[in-house]
Structure formats: structure tokens, C-alpha cells
Design a protein around this ligand. Structure first.
Ligand code: COA
Length: 152
């Protein structure tokens, strides 16, 4: 396995969308990703590639000194191999290089796997957004001090 991380492009969106449908109960549409990578000047999206195949992706918005992780996902067959950590480290580095000093995200309260990953990088749960996902509350997590030293 040789994973490389690249900015997400239009040509990746079909594969991203297949992963999105496989991992999220309420997936974003292809149009939502296209809109993010083409029209949103605050958005930065990346894909993890193995031999040119998209195996994961992550996105952030950077507004002034704050970054918001909008999505992070790894294809089910590729989970548990460190790709989530690689993508998270990448978006933290990118946020840092774009001037962010803190980062935030929302995660389902039941998603302990993702919460463990975020905690590993220093994110701390700071509150809840009731019914954020319509069927479930979100935990709000913050990472207060960028840059964090490389963990992987
Ligand atoms: C969350 C997700 C991105 C993690 O990606 P991944 O490639 O499987 O994760 P990694 O292999 O890099 O593992 C990273 C850490 O996650 C945690 N983790 C991974 N699998 C886990 C499991 N089964 N149970 C608990 N924690 C787990 C561990 O802390 C692990 O670190 P370690 O290997 O040093 O113990 C992936 O599971 C996913 O796409 N889930 C569906 C989408 C999603 O929930 N995204 C987050 C939205 S906020």
C-alpha cells in the first residue's frame, strides 16, 4: 500500500461519492462536492490515493484563524490501515499553513471510532449540538493549539 494525498479534483468526485454513500447515512451529493471544490473559496478538499484509486478524502474550511473539518472518510475496505490518521494529519498541516490556529468539527455522539481518532490528535469534546444530524446529536470537538507535532 502506498498512499498519496492530493487536492480533490473534478475527476475524483465519482469515486468520492461512492465512498460517501457507503459510509454516511445521509450522504452529500456529487453536486455538493463539486460546489465545494469549484465555488467555495474557503474550502480545501483532499483525496487519499492508492495506485490512483480514491480510498479516502477529507475537507476543511479555513476562515480567518479558524479551520472547520467538514468531512473525513475512508472507504470501508481501506479502514483500519492508518489512512484516516494520514488524512487528518494532512488537513491539520494544511490548516496550519493557511493561518489557522484552532480547528473544530462535529461528529455523531455514537461515532466512537472517529472520536478516538480526533482525540489522538488533541481534539477535545466541548459541547453538543442537539439533532445536528436530524436523527442524532453532534459532539463538538476543538483542537486549540496548531500546529500539533506530527503524530504519524
Ligand atoms: C473515522 C475514519 C475516517 C477512520 O479512518 P481509518 O482509516 O479507519 O482510521 P485509522 O486506521 O487511521 O485509525 C485511526 C484511529 O482511529 C481509531 N480507530 C480505528 N478503528 C477503530 C475501532 N474499530 N474502534 C475504535 N477506534 C478505532 C483508533 O484511535 C485509530 O488509531 P490507532 O490505529 O493508532 O489505534 C473511518 O472509520 C471512516 O471513514 N468512518 C466513516 C465516516 C466517518 O465516521 N467519518 C468521521 C466523520 S466526523
Amino acid at each position: 500500500m502506498s498512499i498519496t494525498i492530493e487536492p480533490m479534483k473534478f475527476c475524483h468526485v465519482d469515486e468520492v461519492s461512492e465512498i460517501e454513500k457507503a459510509v454516511y447515512p445521509t450522504p452529500w451529493t456529487k453536486f455538493a462536492f463539486i460546489n465545494e471544490i469549484i465555488d467555495n473559496g474557503f474550502a480545501y478538499y483532499y483525496v487519499a490515493l492508492n495506485d490512483k484509486k480514491v480510498v479516502g478524502y477529507a475537507g476543511i474550511w479555513v476562515v480567518l484563524d479558524e479551520a472547520h473539518i467538514t468531512t473525513l472518510a475512508v472507504s470501508p475496505q481501506w479502514q483500519g490501515k492508518g489512512i484516516g490518521k494520514t488524512l487528518l494529519q494532512h488537513v491539520i498541516n494544511e490548516a496550519d499553513s493557511k493561518g489557522a490556529v484552532r480547528m473544530t468539527l462535529e461528529v455523531r455522539v455514537s461515532n466512537s471510532k472517529a472520536q478516538e481518532l480526533y482525540k489522538k490528535f488533541g481534539f477535545v469534546a466541548c459541547g453538543r449540538r442537539p439533532n445536528y444530524y436530524h436523527d442524532e446529536d453532534a459532539l463538538i470537538m476543538w483542537l486549540e493549539k496548531l500546529p500539533v507535532s506530527k503524530l504519524i
